[in-house]
Design a protein around this ligand. Structure first.
Ligand code: 13P
Length: 249
C-alpha cells in the first residue's frame, strides 16, 4: 500500500556510541506517527539498534545485502542475517553502490529477488547523473534502471518494493531537484510501472525522493502528488532536522 515514508540513510557515518546517541535523540522527539519512519544505520549498529527500537514504531533498514543466502563471500552480509537482527527493509542500488562498487541494475535485480524471497522490502534506488540529465538521457536511464532491476518481479512482489528516485547530481551537493523536476520523474516512474503492471500496482507503490532534502524544502517536495516521502542522507544525521522532515507532510 502507498505509504508516507521518511527513511534516514546514515551511509558510513557515526560509530556505535555516536549512533546510539542520535537514535536516542530521535526516540526522545515526537516523531510523526502518521509517517513510516525508517533508519538505515551502518550494518554494524543493526543488532543494538534492533534492541533499542523494540516497542517503537521506527523500522530498521540495511544499506546493502548480498544476493546469495550464504557461502564464501568474505565481507558480505546475507538477507537472512539482516533479518535475524530485525531488519525489515534493504536499500538496493544506491548510486554510491552503483558508482563505487560497480553494481548494475541486472546484478541488483538478484539482490531485489533475494530480499523479497526472505519477506523483507527493498528500497530500490534509481537516478541519473548530471551528464545524463544534460544530455536529455534521464528518462531513458531511469526506465532502464527500473525495468532491469524490478520488472522480473510479479505484481505482488513489486507491491512490496519501495522506489527511491535520487538524482545523482542532487546527492550531498546541497542542490535539490525542484519540486517540478522531481514530480516529473516520479510521475514518469509511476507511468513506467503502470505500463507493465497496470494502474492498481503503480498507484500503490511508494516512490521516495532523495537528494539534499532538508526541513526547508521537504514540504514542497512532499506535497507533489507522486512523491510519497524522502530518502534522507545528511539531514538524517541530525535528530531535529530528521524529525522536522518527518513532520513535513
Ligand atoms: P543527501 O540527503 O545527503 O543529499 O543524500 C541523499 C541520499 O543519498 C540518501 O540516500
Amino acid at each position: 500500500m502507498r505509504q508516507k515514508i521518511v527513511a534516514g540513510n546514515w551511509k558510513m557515518n557515526l560509530d556505535l556510541n555516536q549512533g546510539k546517541a542520535l537514535l536516542l535523540e530521535i526516540l526522545d522527539s515526537n516523531i510523526n506517527k502518521d509517517t513510516l519512519t525508517i533508519i538505515a544505520p551502518p550494518a554494524i549498529h543493526l543488532n543494538s539498534f534492533n534492541q533499542m527500537l523494540s516497542h517503537t514504531s521506527i523500522a530498521l533498514a540495511a544499506q546493502n545485502c548480498h544476493q546469495q543466502d550464504s557461502g564464501a563471500y568474505t565481507g558480505e552480509l546475507s538477507v537472512g542475517m539482516l533479518k535475524s537482527v530485525g531488519v525489515e527493509y534493504v536499500i538496493i542500488g544506491h548510486s554510491e553502490r552503483r558508482e563505487y562498487f560497480m553494481e548494475d541494475s541486472l546484478s541488483l535485480s538478484f539482490k531485489v529477488n533475494n530480499v523479497i524471497k526472505h519477506g523483507l522490502r527493498p528500497i530500490y534506488c534509481c537516478g541519473e547523473t548530471l551528464t545524463q540529465r544534460q544530455e536529455g538521457e534521464h528518462f531513458r536511464t531511469i526506465s532502464n534502471q527500473i525495468e532491469q532491476g524490478l520488472f522480473q518481479l510479479n505484481e505482488m512482489e513489486l507491491l512490496n518494493c519501495i522506489v527511491a528516485y535520487e538524482p545523482v547530481w542532487a546527492i550531498g551537493t546541497g542542490e535539490t531537484a525542484s519540486p517540478e523536476q522531481a514530480q516529473e520523474v516520479h510521475n514518469f516512474i509511476r507511468k513506467t510501472i503502470a505500463k507493465q503492471y497496470g494502474d492498481m500496482v503503480a498507484d500503490n507503490i511508494s516512490i521516495l525522493y532523495g537528494g539534499s532534502v532538508k526541513p526547508a524544502n521537504a514540504k514542497e517536495l512532499f506535497t507533489c502528488p507522486d512523491i510519497d516521502g524522502g530518502l534522507i542522507g545528511g539531514a538524517a544525521l541530525n535528530a531535529e532536522s530528521f524529525v522536522a522532515i518527518g513532520d513535513s507532510f
